[in-house]
Ligand binder design. Structure first.
Ligand code: TRP
Length: 449
């Protein structure tokens, strides 16, 4: 049963797949989420633990996820059914599909804000501080019950238009343009950040660890959730992408490339944001609004700040867009097969469901702001449940599936690793280290947070 699956679209080239997977990984997670989580969790110490998790858990799990999709040659649920017929393993895929729907629901809300901010910069509205300041403007904007929905719909609409066209003609083509542009813009922005007075303080925050933070259990938990979120692992989005590979396109080198590129992007984004934050003397721990409140006020005081603002929000929108494509493809591939819908109909259906769920996340900043748990509004809850529960749980299940359910030869064959030493290292990481580390971290967090 090797080769292409039934009626399954395929990537034109392996490089196209790599760009698309990088597009999936590099997103709001690297810029918006990374900067506020790192800012809240102590900067450099968080970064170190995060890097450690990416290397030791993230990249091996990314390969695990790819190996299931490539061998299964079907969507999230179908691939498990093919590799483990008559078992319940496909529920891992189903949980992934649900996780993807949830993530894109709130992701498209934040992406809608991004698009709106871009528009404000293009028209010049945010070149100077609006009455009451950027904080009040952000609050007024997000608590408005109608306007953000329009931008969320616009963002999702564009995502739908691309996903409808399929893998080769839609997702691959879009990423071929988006990713190189993204890399250029990000490097430009970080380079500019480094020229600012006081940039060195930002670098110190990011690269000089405060060892006392190592005793803080929540740092491990946040770093793990961030590693999963940023690498797009745990909900079978990457699995779905790898199912469109041809048999001859090998996984291991591509996986390492994708994982490293995502990390490099996060580091450059960190440099870009924290050099600016420190050179303008603002606190780094201002949470999710960091990018929407603090940065605009920094841009205002910068030389050529309005151009920097435009570039920044173009960048953020493009990064969000390439990730949204993968988040939508995940459920679309599933319903396309199971409900017998055309790709167009499947994309429209899933896009609409996601839009409706996203409305709740959006209203959580205004008319539904009283709906809160522990000070978390609806969007924060969706973010926490997915990044801190569904993604790690999905990753853990996939590690157990490959490390314990499949037999060793099959697992290693699917990973396509050639060197016997690396085969051993990877297999033991997936079989022992990942489950043990993850269970420990899940326990610590359950009893501490
Ligand atoms: N990794 C993306 C980001 O950093 C978000 C994302 C896209 C994602 N696809 C995913 C997260 C699949 C988890 C699973 O913004």
């Amino acid at each position: 049963m090797s080769g292409s699956g039934i009626g399954h679209d395929q990537w034109k080239t392996r490089f196209g797949f790599m760009l698309a997977a990088m597009g999936s990984a590099v997103g709001l997670g690297n810029i918006w989420r990374f900067s506020y989580v790192a800012g809240e969790s102590g900067g450099a110490t968080f970064l170190l633990i995060y890097l450690f998790f990416v290397l030791i858990i993230g990249i091996p799990l990314l390969l695990t996820e790819f190996s299931i999709g490539k061998a299964g040659q079907m969507d999230a649920v179908g691939s498990f059914k093919r590799l483990a017929p008559n078992t319940k393993w496909h529920l891992t895929g189903l949980m992934g599909v649900i996780g993807g729907i949830l993530i894109l629901s709130f992701y498209s809300v934040v992406s809608g804000w991004t698009l709106f901010y871009l528009y404000q910069y293009v028209t010049g509205a945010y070149w100077t501080e609006p009455d009451g300041g950027f904080g009040a403007a952000f609050e007024a904007w997000t608590s408005n019950p109608i306007a953000p929905l329009f931008w969320q719909a616009l963002f999702l609409g564009l995502t739908i238009l691309i996903v409808m066209r399929g893998i080769k003609k839609g997702i691959e083509k879009a990423n071929n343009v988006l990713m190189p542009a993204l890399a250029i813009l990000l490097i430009f922005m970080a380079g500019y950040g480094l020229t600012l007075d006081g940039a060195s303080e930002g670098l110190a925050f990011l690269f000089t660890p405060d060892w006392s933070m190592l005793a803080e259990p929540s740092v491990y938990f946040m770093a793990l959730g961030q590693a999963f979120f940023s690498l797009s692992i745990g909900i079978c989005g990457m699995l779905t992408y790898s199912s469109y590979l041809k048999a001859k396109d090998r996984l291991p080198a591509a996986t390492v490339g994708i994982g490293l590129m995502d990390t490099v992007f996060a580091l450059i984004a960190g440099v870009m944001i924290f050099t600016a934050v420190f050179s303008y003397g603002v606190e780094p721990d201002s949470g999710p609004p960091l990018v929407f409140i603090i940065l605009p006020s920094i841009f205002e005081g910068m030389p050529a700040g309005h151009i920097v603002g435009i570039v920044f929000f173009v960048l953020l929108t493009m990064a969000a867009f390439s990730s949204a494509l993968s988040l939508l493809e995940l459920p679309v591939a599933y319903v396309h097969r199971t409900l017998g819908l055309t790709r167009k109909a499947a994309t429209l259906t899933m896009g609409s469901i996601i839009f409706v769920l996203g409305i709740a996340a959006s209203l959580g900043f205004g008319v539904w702001s009283h709906i809160q748990i522990n000070g978390n509004n609806i969007l924060d809850m969706m973010d926490n449940i997915t990044a801190n529960v569904i993604l790690p749980l999905g990753g853990l299940l996939m590690a157990i599936f490959v490390g314990w359910y499949l037999n060793r030869d099959q697992a290693i064959k699917n990973s396509e690793i050639e060197s016997p030493i690396l085969q051993k290292v990877w297999y033991n990481i997936v079989r022992f280290l990942v489950p043990i580390l993850m269970i420990v971290i899940l326990f610590i967090s359950l009893f501490d947070i």
